[in-house]
Ligand binder design. Structure first.
Ligand code: SF4
Length: 214
């Protein structure tokens, strides 16, 4: 087996293991070896006519999910089409009452917890309460051992997101967190979803055996 084949096997194994662990935590979790199958599964969970909200996610962009939602038989609350900040905030608020909220995630622990950090809190809030169904999509690069590693991961990726979204934070220049105390700060709200027992069949996790997003 080549090194590439070994690492591909490891990614598949991680995705499959995590689907099992998350299932034991009350989430509905499925693992996919390839993107196309994952995307088809995502759309099988979104009924025609559903009002769909989005959490910020490079993974969803990479998969073409946002583009497909714009052109299909769904009522997309398109946060990216908002002309100004107030319209963006209104899209965030509307998404809290969507039928389906589709989002990425920043970390998934081997203990089966979902961990996200937000600038505005819209994603964390919607994942926890509001939308009737939540679809969390993640590559296996999001998998970490525990919450300690998850928090370390959040601070490691935040500088990249600051640069990507043009937030004028110190870390966007240095690449390292200095716990900035400024209005442009990205790391304002951290959410941990410990399990999916409260509302069965609400939170679906789609694991892809690839590295996706930060
Ligand atoms: S707290 Fe500030 S400096 Fe630290 S990662 Fe977040 S935005 Fe960057």
């Amino acid at each position: 087996m080549t090194a590439y084949e070994q690492s591909a096997w490891m990614r598949r194994k991680t995705a499959a293991d995590m689907a099992e662990i998350l299932g034991q935590r009350g989430f509905v979790a499925n693992a996919f070896d390839d993107r196309a199958a994952a995307v088809e599964h995502i759309f099988s969970l979104i009924p025609e006519g559903a009002k769909v909200g989005l959490g910020g996610s490079m993974t969803l962009d990479d998969l073409g999910v946002v583009e497909r939602l714009r052109s299909g038989p769904w009522n997309l609350i398109d946060r990216y089409a908002a002309p100004d900040w107030e319209a963006r905030m209104n899209a965030y608020r509307e998404a809290l009452l969507s039928d389906v909220f589709v989002t990425g995630v920043n970390a998934i622990t081997r203990e089966g917890e979902l961990v996200c950090i937000d600038c505005s809190g819209n994603r964390v809030a919607a994942m926890i309460f509001g939308p009737r169904r939540v679809i969390v999509v993640a590559g296996v690069n999001k998998v970490v051992e525990n919450l300690y590693e998850a928090f370390a991961r959040l601070r490691k990726i935040a500088p990249l997101n600051c640069r990507r979204l043009n937030h004028k934070t110190p870390c966007a220049e240095t690449g390292r967190c200095s716990d900035c105390m400024i209005q442009q700060r990205m790391c304002n709200y951290t959410g941990i979803i410990h399990d999916g027992f409260k509302e069965k069949d609400r939170i679906h996790v789609v694991l892809i055996a690839e590295d996706m997003g930060f």
